[in-house]
Design a protein. Structure first.
Length: 266
């Protein structure tokens, strides 16, 4: 557990961990922030605000425990209105801490950036956008439906782009020596072949994530370094079937076409 400041609290309300997070208005702030947030490269000149973006969190800690520990730690520096954290694949290891004032957020950032929390140093910066709860406290209007519609449109556009690329590609099953889908019995875990072995493991992981994350239910991606293969796990068989049908034969380079199959069940 953390070295200090991680006692439980009864004042923190429970929050949904589903990506939609429809029940909690502050949780909608995660969508607002994540839509613009680039978690790999953060701008250094983001102006101070009430909401902090925290990443490099230990992903093995259960969500409820993590949020209680974050509340106890950050509330030492001011009133915490809410904490947004999710277990969905794209948002794991991240959280948004919403303070009632910029001064409190700044104090927390100065004191806790780099603090070892569950064995990993916290990486903290100001969020790029105001959270919904702060916008509304300041008298602003948050059009959540318009934001949800814009997100759906982005996802649909991305999937349509993948579909068109697949149509332009030569089908894996039609190429001489292509491996195709070896196992036709659905499983929630996919076996992905023909990933370029020249790619660094992290780059390969990022590429596979970019391809498979638009399909609902993604749980985990495991790259086998130097072998050109990966295991992609979804929440259900139905999710995996959709991903396989959408990406089978996807052309990732002039001479490289993804070959997907279901992992055989024991």
């Amino acid at each position: 557990s953390p070295r200090r400041g991680c006692r439980g609290t009864d004042t923190e309300r429970e929050m949904s961990t589903d990506e939609v997070m429809a029940e909690a208005a502050p949780a909608e702030a995660a969508k607002e922030v994540v839509a613009e947030e680039q978690t790999e490269e953060r701008e250094v000149d983001i102006p101070p605000k009430e909401t902090l973006y925290v990443h490099n969190l230990n992903e093995k800690v259960k969500l409820d425990e993590l949020k209680k520990a974050l509340y106890a730690l950050f509330s030492q520096h001011g009133e915490v209105l809410d904490i947004v954290a999710c277990k969905t694949y794209k948002l794991r290891g991240q959280a948004w801490i919403i303070f009632s004032s910029t001064a409190s957020a700044t104090a927390a950032l100065q004191h806790l950036n780099g603090f070892e929390f569950y064995g990993k140093p916290l990486v903290i910066s100001y969020a790029k956008e105001l959270s919904d709860v702060i916008t509304e406290r300041k008298g602003g209007v948050v059009d959540k439906e318009a934001r949800r519609a814009a997100k759906r449109k982005r996802q649909e556009s991305f999937l349509e782009e993948l579909k068109q690329k697949k149509k332009r590609a030569v089908a894996v099953r039609g190429k001489p020596g292509a491996k195709g889908s070896r196992n036709e019995v659905p499983n929630n875990i996919l076996f992905v072949e023909n990933i370029p072995t020249s790619l660094d493991a992290k780059i390969a992981h990022d590429m596979v994530t970019e391809l498979f994350s638009p399909y609902e239910g993604l749980q985990e991606i495991r790259i086998v370094p130097g072998k050109g293969v990966a295991f992609v796990e979804y929440a259900t068989e139905a999710h995996a079937v959709t991903a396989l049908n959408g990406l089978q034969g996807f052309k990732i380079s002039p001479e490289c076409f993804l070959a997907l199959s279901y992992v055989r069940k024991e």
